[in-house]
Design a protein around this ligand. Sequence first.
Ligand code: ADP
Length: 152
Amino acid sequence: MRRALFPGSFDPLTLGHYDIIKRGITLFDELVIAIGINADKKYMFTLQERTRFIEEAFKDEPKIKVTTYQGMTVDFCKEIGADFILRGLRNPADFEFEKAIAHTNRKLSEIETVFLLTSSGKSYISSSIVRDVIRNGGDYTGLVPDTVVAQR
Ligand code: ADP
């Protein structure tokens, strides 16, 4: 069983995440979308809201599971038997950041990180931009899956 973990904050789920998840499930038998809980971070959406956005968006995808975790990502991978971490790359800044984390994770474990390049037309989408648009009363509906719009 090839199980992968897709970790993130998903505050909120965007069409960028959605695209990576949809393409990622073709590579694995199971994809666990794991919302990391960081007590020091301030979120716009509650953990329950963020979980529901993802569950609703993928309710017809039996290969996708949604969960939350605390602590180190590699420890959580071992706990659930995931041999791969899936991450998306948008730009050189993502690459540099992700490279250091992936190398560290390889130092700490056997877990491989698999990267998918953002689809053309999605590279500018980030949760932080979506939050800015929402805060300023703008139209964010073209940046997130329908489930995020429907539940607000
Ligand atoms: P984190 O807080 O770990 O950065 P995010 O929720 O922001 O969590 O992102 C989770 C993953 O989704 C990361 O690998 C990120 O690079 C990827 N991602 C986010 N937006 C996009 C996008 N537009 N295209 C491709 N990958 C993306």
